[in-house]
Design a protein around this ligand. Sequence first.
Ligand code: B3K
Ligand code: ZN
Length: 864
Amino acid sequence: MLDALNATVTPKAVRRSDYRAPDWLVPDIALDFDLDPAATRVRAVLSVTRNGAHDRPIELDGDGIEPVSVMVDGEAVHWTRTERGIALTLPGEAHRIETEVLVHPDRNTQLMGLYASGGLLCTQCEAEGFRRITFFPDRPDVLTRYFVRLSADKARYPVLLANGDPVAAGDLPDGRHFAEWRDPFPKPSYLFALVAGDLVANRATFTTRSGRDVELAIWVRAPDLAKTDHALGALQTSMRWDEQVYGREYDLDVFNIVAVDDFNFGAMENKGLNIFNSRYILADPDTATDYDYDAVAAVVAHEYFHNWSGNRVTCRDWFQLSLKEGFTVYRDQSFSADQGSAAVKRIEDVRSLRAAQFPEDSGPLAHPVRPDEYLEISNFYTATIYNKGAEVIRMMATMLGAQKFRAGSDLYFDRHDGSAATVEDFVRAMEDAGEIDLAQFRLWYSQAGTPRVSARLIHESGSGRAVLKLRQSVPVTPGQLEKQPMVLPLKLRLFGLESQKPLTDEQLVLLRDGEAEILFETVAEQPVLSINRGFSAPVVVETDRTATDLAFLSAHDDDPFARYEAMQQLMLDTLVAAVGHGRADHGPVIEAVANTLADPRLDPAFVAEAVLLPSDSFIGDQLSIVDPEAIYQAREALRRELGRTLSERWRAAYEGARDNRFEYSPAAKGRRRLRTVSLGYIAASGAPDASDIAFRQFETADNMTDRQGALTTLVNSGTDEAREAALEVFYHRYAGNGLVLDKWFSTQALSAREDTLARVIELSRHRDFTLANPNRARSLVGAFSVNQRAFNAADGAGYRFVADQLIALDRLNPQTAAKLVPPLGRWRRFDAGRAALMRAELERILAAPGLSKDMFEQVAKSLD
Ligand code: B3K
Ligand code: ZN
């Protein structure tokens, strides 16, 4: 029975199986915006055509907008309100619908639709924001040619941008002006965009391989102009890369990117007018870390690549989201791999898959790469859709080989250009071009859960044979109790422990059944198994490899990922044993780390990754019940011992990477990374001079990577004096720079110190803290909730703090609030006491008056 006070109407699920082609199409639209932050008048003229023989009305979505007038073919008409907008009964096959509505950008705190950000007016429409701008069949399979006229106050909004190519501009009476834009490529409404503001551009010309000139511009506010060169360079590099690697050329005369400070996620691929969260555009050495530089290039590339994988070929419905996102992430990952160290890039990608997607896949929000239903589509922009989706594409590329994969991609673009496609269309193109049967492989799209593979290698020394016994299982996930075996492409190779040489070539094994045996002949010596090389399948592999085997692979495997992985496994085995028994033999890890540090052939960037211990939460993911304190203590003990025992080596590595004047290159980045990782170990050793070394690095750094690396070390383990001094200097140095202040907040929220929660609560009352800006909300609340030890304080104070913030944030911005729910939903992984406290907070959120659909879905599923 519904509680009368909290009568939440359970929102209706949207199901993939209910898909029906649109009843009406909209080949053309003319939009006229009379822009004003308080009240913008939007006039729309839709030419609509009946799709097929039926007598159903046309349904136009509308959310939070009031019609001023609705006319059909020039006459005022009768319309009815529906749950999602309005419906009109139309007599003929083709009509002209004219609507006028008012919208209020400066009251839009959800940041969906038309909103105000730092003096600009801008839009965000994916997935369902266009209906907050005008009445329209807001679904991705309705493709429309847009003509857009913008008018606004010229002094306040001198720049007026929309999709496509500019066609006219001029002055109007009363200090206003106008601009007209035409986008010749039919597109779904989620790709619509406009921007109005006082902006300046960093410009360049790009000549496509067929010789067309494209005017590129990155638009920002004047003080930020000097921080746009990196993004502009990345745009040019990605345009060339897509021509060379995928044969895809840009198709309009202009390509505009605008940076805005208030944005719900990273960026948006609107046709010809990408809108970015400023954190993925602005970069200079003083304010951006190497990680930021890399992220700027990756996101610029990602959004650019969407021009083909997403825009020219779009999604039929939102269940197909991974069609554009998984493929585009795969494309941006390949692009980034080509710009620097492919091995390090693969390590980073796998690390983030394991940090975000594996927990999702084993928790209450697990869903397939192609989901079957949702309440709120915004909740499905997940690591599963993006990152696991990219792994699924990568597996197809591995199985087909580069040439056939390219042929499959060409076929997909040829077949579906200008239309809205499905995941099935993509897989079929790969099958046709690759001459391969992907019937069973399709399970990767429909079955959730991370498959587990167990691998046992048995050597019969007498016969010189070795047998590899493989077994797979797919865990139960919500709504999916029965699982079938999947196709797992596993790259493997055997090495000789004694000869230290490979015993076989690398081979690609396709594990299709629950169990399989692979026979190796002429294995004359004790073999060691290198498996899932390059992380060829996104699975968890369990082997019976000993510490000796893993240490051997960490020094001798020829696949850099497998080498990293062996070290990680060795560290994990050690840490899991330590958590279980209160102590463990640290010897093998110390020796393996020492060998890695001493190997002169290794790239410092690789070394830095290889010697890092797995994170607290990844250690927790290996355990059935997470004990945050025991994990933290075990990890700290190993870090301390590594720091002490290898003290000389860390200092040598630190010094060796010094005198590194800022330069953004893979080599310089690698040295900086190793330097800060070494600093972390020097500090972990408890050396009395550690705080001074960190403070010196903090003060003398000529770049943000070194400065923030030092700040993090000081915040975690510096003396009270050094820590507070550094925080103070940092804060004042960057006062007014929102993106850098975000780092100041998140560094403190991620701190390993005992008083982190108290500090975070204090920071939530800081004058620079606001929930209205998503970056700032994430920098404190989001960062804190992934600080495993502090968030999971046994008294539940961490949970309470996060729940309070989420309730408040939901009133402003449901989409951003809902994204921060998953850490609270992990209660099953904790002891009964913590689980009860987490559930109580979830219940409290669920009972909050006026809870959004976004939050309802995430919280209700998390409690289930
Ligand atoms: N397509 C957008 C994401 C939109 C998220 C909407 N909730 C950015 C991207 O993936 O490229
Ligand atoms: Zn994307």
